[in-house]
Each structure stands twice: as structure tokens, then as C-alpha cells.
Design a protein around this ligand. Sequence first.
Ligand SMILES: [Zn+2]
Length: 99
Amino acid sequence: MTASKNLRICNKGHKYYKSSDCPNCPKCEVERKPGSGFLSKLSAPARRALEHHGITTLDKLSTYSEKEILQIHGIGPASLPALRASLEEKGLSFNKRLS
Ligand SMILES: [Zn+2]
């Protein structure tokens, strides 16, 4: 008698069954995924910085200019191309107002 699935417990205490050797907890993976796609393209510090400022949607992001985004601690110029691309995918852009 061989068990096809093994009960595993991740380091957060989620119980899940996996038949493979894949160590990823499905519950943790869901939690880790940000609600909107553009945050998932960023580095963790950049994502946290935006979340800290309540910028969790592209609509919200588009109310900021590039200059304002760069002033947020944790966001570097390296994050800008990904942000710009995500905005463009939705037909949006950074706020162009002169600051
Ligand atoms: Zn877990």
C-alpha cells in the first residue's frame, strides 16, 4: 500500500497534500501573489514601497508622475521600465503634469 499523496506542513503551518517533491505550499503561493499583476513584476522592496503608499492598482499609479514615483524610498530607476510597461498595457501612463 503506497500513499500517492503526502501530507506536508509548510513553515507557516498550512497543511497541504502534494504527490510530487515540489516543496511549494499552494496557500503561501496564493498569498504571495499580489492582487494586481503589475506589482508581481517588481522587486520585493519596490513592491512594498508602493503598497506602503497605497499604490496597489495601475489606476492609482497613473496619478503619479515618474518623478514622484522615484521619490518614494525603495523605488529605483530600474523599476520604472516595468511600471511604464504595465501602465501602457492598460492604455495608461504616468501623470505628465509638471511638478
Ligand atoms: Zn503555507
